[in-house]
Design a protein around this ligand. Structure first.
Ligand code: APR
Ligand code: ZN
Length: 245
């Protein structure tokens, strides 16, 4: 197995020769910021709840049991005290240098934007965008966090406020898909990081990238991606923390 410095050198050689990089990330990008992922052994989907978390995070469940949904959501997803880690900051620097054209993330935590990244395509939405289901009024995450009732209600019309996060059974926002497709078609380097690629259509969108160089970064030594030209088994924050954009 290559040392972390050998991996960094190999990654930097690919980044140096690329001018149109797309970074495709998942929950593993934020675990070093203190946000658990879903499918690792200590991830959300392995923790015991009354209902299966993938049931709780579904449109049907939200409609039927909004209080139960919000109990889980407030406990596990509405995290406002977490900070970006070196992976987020490295990517923001790479974007400033004009080499990173887009971050496509499955995360809803907003940490890429907090680190300074501008072009972030949030395939699964964001905890920072919330709307009243009746009058469509916008509310930020702080309003939802501080609402007096477990299910936040709109002060203008009394309607239920729902986070703009894509629940199971809901469509991914068309614009994010179109912009992701365009970014992948234009890219000359694809970096896939911190995702198990279990969820569609996120994983299928990657097939639109048809150039040679693909980097797959995952801290699980058993996790790999057969299309990758470089596989790195290190934690994203540690890996990028030792690199200069
Ligand atoms: N550095 C690199 N990889 C990491 C790190 C880290 N610090 N921490 C965890 N990982 C890896 C894990 O080994 C795992 O393979 O990141 C991956 C995270 O996979 P998942 O938990 O399945 O998360 P993700 O792929 O983002 O899930 C996609 O599934 O349930 C839905 O909407 C949810 O957006 C989520 C989607
Ligand atoms: Zn309203």
């Amino acid at each position: 197995m290559a040392t972390i410095q050998q991996d960094r050198d190999a990654l930097e050689r690919l980044i140096d020769k690329s001018s149109n990089i797309v970074f495709f990330g998942g929950a593993g990008v934020s675990t070093e910021s203190g946000i658990p992922d879903f499918r690792s052994k200590d991830g959300l989907y392995h923790q015991k709840y009354l209902y299966d978390p993938e049931i709780i995070l579904s449109h049907a469940f939200f409609e039927k049991y909004p209080a139960e949904f919000y109990r889980f959501y407030r406990d596990k997803m509405l995290v406002l005290d977490k900070k970006p880690n070196p992976c987020h900051y490295y990517l923001a620097e790479l974007e400033k240098k004009g080499k990173l054209k887009a971050i496509v993330t499955q995360n809803i935590d907003g940490l890429h934007q907090m680190a300074g990244s501008k072009n972030v395509l949030e395939l699964h939405g964001s905890i920072h965008r919330n709307h009243c289901l009746s009058c469509y009024h916008f509310f930020d995450a702080g309003f939802v966090k501080n609402a007096p009732d477990i299910v936040p209600h709109c002060p203008y019309c009394g309607g239920i406020i729902k986070p703009d996060v894509v629940l199971y059974g809901e469509q991914i926002d068309d614009r994010s898909v179109v912009f992701t497709a365009k970014a992948l078609l234009d890219a000359d380097l694809l970096i896939i990081c911190g995702t198990s690629l279990q969820v569609y259509p996120a994983a299928t969108l990657l097939k639109l990238y048809n150039k040679k160089d693909i980097v797959y970064i995952n801290s699980d030594p058993k996790s790999t991606y057969d299309r990758a030209s470089l596989v790195i088994h290190h934690k994203a924050g540690v890996l990028f923390g030792g690199m200069k954009a």
